[in-house]
Design a protein. Structure first.
Lengths: 165, 289
C-alpha cells in the first residue's frame, strides 16, 4: 500500500469540532495513516497536520518544522513556561491568520509511530506547532482565539474566500 | 498549522521579556490611559526596551488619519485628543525616572494645528516636571507646514526626528499619503531654523528598495541636515492586503555595511541592524557624542 494524499477538512466540518480519542494501539493501519498525513502535509505546504483535519478523530498529528517529519500519538504536555505571540495559519481555515499567545517552552510526552514513549523539550516554533495541532485534537482552532466580536468578521471573510474558489 | 511568510531568519531570536517589568509598564500605561507606539506598532523590541524602563509614548490617540502600508497602528477617524495628555505623559516620565524619553504620535490631518501644539505642551510639561530627562520627539510631516514644525522646534527638545521610512520610488506603494520631498523638507526646515539639537531620521529596508536607492536616500538625508540615522528591517504588521509584504530579509552583515557607508558620509551616529527602530536604544546617542 502506498501513502495517499488525503482531503483536508475545512472550517464547518464537524470532525474539526469533536474531541478526538486516544489511540489504543499503533499498528499498520495507524502507520499508513501517519504516512498519508505526512504526504498530505507536504503537498498542502503545512508545517503540521492533525488527524481530525483529515476526518479522523484520533489523537494523532504530524509535523515538520525543518528537522524532518515527526509523528505524535497521544500527546501530553507535562510542563510549560513563558509566553510568546506569533501569527498562525491553518490548512483548515485557509487565508486566515491569527495572532496567538502560547507558551514559549513545553515538555511533550507522546508515543512515536513505532509505539515508543518519547519525551521532548520544545521551544519557539516547534512548541507552537505542537500546541496548535493539539488544539485540533480537542476540537479547537485558531478562530477560537479571536474575540467574539472579531470572530464574526473572520468567519465572514473565510466564507467569502471559500465562495470565491 | 501553516506559516505564510518565511519563518523569521535566525538573527531575529529575541530574549523572552521579563514578565514583571512588562506588567509594571502595562499597569502604568493603563492607569494613565497612555499609549505607546511599542504596543500600537507591535515593535519586536518591546520586551527589551520595557525591561530597561524605556518606552516611546504615542500622543494624540491611537488612531491615525493616514494609512501607511508598513504600519500596524489603527487608521481611521480619531477622536479629540485628551486635554490632560501632556501632564499624564510627564507624570509617567517622572514616575519611571526615564533618563531619555521618546515622544511620537499618529498623524492628525484632522486637527487645525495637526497636533503640533500637543507636542509643544508635552515637551514643555516634561521639562517642567522632569528636567533631567532628555527628550526626543519623532514627528509626523504636519503636511509640510513650516510654522507647525516651528512649534515643535520652539519647545526645544534635545532631538527631533522625522523618518523618511523608504526610498523615493517606493513612496506611492508604501506611503501613498506622504511625499518623499516633503519629508526631506521637514528635516531641512528644522536645520534651517537653527535648531541646536540633534536631527534624526530612519529608513526601513526590505520593502523592495535597491542598494543605489538606499545610498541616494542617505545622500538626500545628509544634505537635508540629518545628523543621526537609523536603519532597520521592515517587518510586515500582518498578512492583510493592507500591509506590504516583506520583500527581503537583509543580512546583519549588509546592515553593518550600510552603517559603515553612513559614517563615511558624515552621519554623527548610526544605528543599523535588523531590529533597529527609530527609538531603539535611542539613549545611546549621548554616549557617542
Amino acid at each position: 500500500m502506498i501513502a495517499t494524499k488525503l482531503k483536508v477538512r475545512t472550517f464547518g466540518d464537524p470532525c474539526l469540532e469533536r474531541l478526538s480519542e486516544q489511540v489504543q494501539a499503533i499498528g499498520p493501519a495507524e502507520r499508513m495513516l501517519i504516512e498519508s498525513m505526512i504526504k498530505t502535509m507536504y503537498v498542502e505546504d503545512g508545517v503540521g497536520l492533525a488527524a481530525p483535519q483529515v476526518g479522523i478523530n484520533r489523537r494523532i498529528f504530524v509535523a515538520d518544522i525543518g528537522d524532518g517529519p515527526m509523528a505524535v500519538v497521544n500527546p501530553k504536555i507535562l510542563k510549560k513556561e513563558g509566553t510568546i505571540v506569533m501569527e498562525e495559519g491553518c490548512l483548515s481555515v485557509p487565508g486566515i491568520n491569527v495572532e496567538i499567545e502560547r507558551p514559549h517552552m513545553i515538555r511533550l510526552h507522546y508515543l512515536d509511530e513505532n509505539g515508543m514513549q518519547q519525551e521532548k523539550d520544545l521551544t519557539d516554533l516547534k512548541a507552537r506547532v505542537v500546541l496548535h495541532e493539539m488544539d485540533h485534537l480537542d476540537g479547537k482552532m485558531i478562530i477560537d482565539y479571536i474575540a467574539p466580536s472579531e470572530r464574526e468578521k473572520f468567519i465572514r471573510q473565510f466564507k467569502e474566500k471559500s465562495d470565491q474558489k | 498549522m501553516t506559516l505564510d511568510n518565511a519563518v523569521l531568519p535566525p538573527w531575529f531570536r529575541q530574549e523572552i521579556p521579563d514578565p514583571a517589568a512588562l506588567a509594571e509598564m502595562r499597569d502604568l500605561l493603563r492607569s494613565s490611559s497612555l499609549h505607546t507606539v511599542c504596543e500600537g506598532a507591535n515593535c519586536p523590541n518591546l520586551g527589551y526596551c520595557w525591561g530597561k524602563k524605556t518606552a516611546t509614548f504615542m500622543i494624540l490617540g491611537d488612531i491615525c488619519t493616514r494609512a501607511c502600508r508598513f504600519c500596524a497602528v489603527k487608521h481611521g477617524k480619531p477622536s479629540l485628543p485628551e486635554t490632560g495628555e501632556p501632564e499624564s505623559v510627564a507624570a509617567a516620565v517622572k514616575r519611571l525616572a526615564l533618563k531619555h524619553v521618546v515622544i511620537t504620535s499618529v498623524t492628525r490631518d484632522d486637527m487645525p494645528d495637526q497636533g503640533a501644539g500637543q507636542f509643544l505642551r508635552t515637551v514643555e510639561m516634561i521639562r517642567k516636571i522632569s528636567p533631567g530627562t532628555k527628550i526626543e520627539v519623532l514627528i509626523p510631516d504636519f503636511s509640510g507646514k513650516t510654522e507647525l514644525v516651528g512649534q515643535v522646534i520652539e519647545s526645544r527638545p534635545d532631538i527631533i526626528g522625522h523618518n523618511i521610512e523608504t526610498v523615493w520610488r517606493l513612496y506611492p506603494l508604501v506611503r501613498p499619503q506622504a511625499d518623499y520631498m516633503r519629508a526631506l523638507n521637514v528635516l531641512a526646515d528644522i536645520k534651517r531654523s537653527g535648531f541646536e539639537g540633534i536631527i534624526k531620521s530612519g529608513i526601513m529596508l526590505g520593502l523592495g528598495e535597491i542598494r543605489d536607492e538606499i545610498l541616494q536616500t542617505m545622500r538626500d538625508l545628509k544634505d537635508a541636515g540629518c545628523d543621526v540615522l537609523t536603519i532597520g528591517q521592515y517587518l510586515s504588521p500582518s498578512q492583510n492586503a493592507r500591509h506590504v509584504p516583506v520583500e527581503r530579509f537583509i543580512h546583519p552583515e549588509e546592515f553593518k555595511e550600510y552603517e559603515d557607508v553612513a559614517y563615511g558620509r558624515g552621519f554623527r551616529f548610526v544605528m543599523s541592524g535588523p531590529l533597529v527602530r527609530s527609538s531603539y536604544m535611542a539613549e545611546e546617542v549621548w554616549q557617542k557624542k
